[in-house]
Design a protein around this ligand. Structure first.
Ligand code: TMP
Ligand code: ASP
Length: 239
């Protein structure tokens, strides 16, 4: 596999073409951003830990029958992924109330949600990623209702699988953010990354935060906390 031109230079990831037109290379930088890029800093080795955690999770999802863009980890910072047409939506799945929804509803961070919450956002930086509802997303041509059915049922399955995985690792899966894309054959698959940058992970015993809230809230020990997540996952004995 040969690395080609830089296709996309994101805040925390770069995407490169490869010599296979169906494949791209994701490169994880040592950067953290929050609040739509208002806050940004470099943390040595963060990209390596993110790449390893996301690769671990995508491998686990693949073994459990979830179609994703992930193919394989190529080295510490890079993974090979299928090239897809990105759907500009983010689906946040919440098992506990935390972050923006805690502020919005005036409920204490860490309160268990009485049902799983699915919040859909339009991935559009210029608009500040507003919340969008299903019929709005269909009405402006982002997806079809059939696509949304697949997206929600995949999200439900992933949430169940990850609740089980992280439960075994002694970690509360507070929330997670998913993105999806379409293959050239029209299949909807999970894309982007699943990591402490895109989920809230709390230690089950102490409620200590092991995710990007350490950066958002200036709690320190960011990479060390991400490493706790990776170590716990890697020490699980999965069949
Ligand atoms: P929120 O508290 O901002 O609603 O975020 C909920 C979860 O989704 C949290 O784990 C962070 C993640 N997330 C992203 O990964 N990217 C985003 O752009 C947003 C808004 C949330
Ligand atoms: N859009 C922001 C980001 O992911 C939201 C956040 O995580 O605070 O950088």
């Amino acid at each position: 596999m040969v690395r080609g031109e830089l296709l996309f230079d994101g805040n925390v990831k770069q995407v490169y073409a490869t010599d296979d037109p169906e494949m791209v290379l994701f490169h994880f930088k040592d950067v953290a951003t929050a609040f739509n890029n208002v806050k940004k800093a470099v943390f040595p080795n963060k990209g390596i830990v993110d790449n390893k955690i996301s690769s671990y999770i995508f491998e686990y999802l693949k073994r459990n029958g979830v179609s994703t863009h992930y193919v394989e980890m190529v080295n510490d910072r890079e993974q090979l992924c299928r090239k897809i047409c990105i759907i500009p939506l983010e689906l946040v799945v919440r098992n506990y109330i935390a972050g923006s929804i805690a502020d919005k509803l005036g409920i204490e961070d860490g309160t268990k949600a009485q049902t799983v919450i699915y919040d859909l956002y339009y991935n559009n930086d210029a608009l500040g990623d507003p919340m969008i509802n299903d019929s709005e997303a269909v009405a402006i041509g982002l997806v079809s209702f059939k696509d949304l059915e697949i997206i929600y049922s995949t999200a439900r399955k992933i949430n169940g699988l990850l609740l089980d995985l992280f439960g075994r690792a002694g970690i509360k899966l507070v929330d997670l953010k998913l993105e999806f894309g379409k293959t050239s054959g029209g299949e909807i698959i999970v894309s982007d990354e699943i990591s402490p940058d895109t989920c809230r992970f709390w230690d089950s015993a102490t409620d200590n935060r092991l995710d990007k809230d350490r950066f958002r809230l200036d709690l320190g020990n960011i990479v060390a906390s991400y490493e706790v997540v990776l170590d716990r996952l890697e020490s699980l004995n999965l069949e």
